[in-house]
Design a protein around this ligand. Structure first.
Ligand SMILES: [Zn+2]
Length: 256
């Protein structure tokens, strides 16, 4: 089973920027990624990206990685294996055909999943299921699903697609980069940290929370997955509970 992570245990002063769906195609965002050399991860949904994949090909060319966020953005939890597998493997095939990539990371729509999801993801070649602890809201504020309400090394930041965000993708990201700078943090490449997981590190009881087996940074926590099970977190639920200063209208945001 692939580990489920919303935070990466690491001593590196990095956070990970992950962008959901692929609805917002901001040309200035491509420029920002190029100029600042940001190793961001784009979790793409085929039905959202549609024919607009040239934008993401350009993003990939300037350093972004393209990852799996299903074909149709269905909530997977509770669906039969075949349906879940079709959503995940189908998007693996689309991304392979369109961009020539084989994603190792998968984010379930709305952050909801079950053990069937993990089995299907593993069978589709996914190395880790990626949730998030931090959300960059449409107005540039950060909200937190759990833990301390400040950015910390190893945090995974989700940037949802907004229907009418008050700040553009480039503006929101620039604001976040300013905050990272103040805290002495930089943007890390999530895939690199996932690859530091040793193959035997993923058993539920032998989790690698804290330091990786190598003693260096890395090691995605299987413990994190275990902690959340058997009640997978609903993104909608946690976002409502922990975002007092958010001022979005209900349904205006496509949370993950
Ligand atoms: Zn999504």
């Amino acid at each position: 089973m692939p580990p489920v992570v919303d935070h990466v245990p690491t001593d590196d002063e990095v956070v990970f920027l992950t962008y959901d769906d692929g609805a917002e195609r901001d040309p200035r965002f491509i420029e920002l990624v190029r100029e600042r050399r940001l190793p961001v991860s784009m979790f793409l949904t085929d039905s959202v990206v549609g024919p607009g994949y040239a934008h993401f090909a350009r993003l990939r060319a300037v350093g972004a990685s393209l990852q799996n966020h299903t074909l149709d953005h269905r909530a997977l939890r509770g669906l039969p294996y075949a349906g879940q597998r079709a959503e995940i493997c189908g998007q693996q095939r689309k991304l392979q055909a369109r961009f020539g990539v084989r994603p190792h990371l998968f984010r379930p729509p709305y952050g909801t999943y079950d053990t069937t999801t993990l089995r299907a993801a593993a069978d589709c070649g996914i190395a880790a299921v990626v949730l998030w602890r931090v959300t960059l809201e449409g107005d540039g504020h950060l909200t937190y699903t759990r833990g301390a309400h400040r950015l910390a090394p190893g945090d995974i930041v989700s940037v949802p697609s907004g229907e009418a965000p008050s700040l553009s993708l480039a503006e929101r990201t620039t604001r976040l980069l300013g905050e990272l700078e103040e805290r002495g943090l930089r943007v890390g490449r999530l895939e690199d940290h996932v690859r530091q997981v040793s193959p035997s590190g993923g058993t539920p009881s032998g989790g690698v929370r804290g330091r990786g087996r190598s003693g260096r940074s890395g090691g995605l926590g299987a413990a994190a997955a275990q902690r959340r099970s058997p009640r997978p977190r609903s993104a909608a639920h946690t976002r409502t509970k922990n975002a007092p200063h958010r001022r979005r209208a209900a349904g205006n945001w496509h949370s993950a």
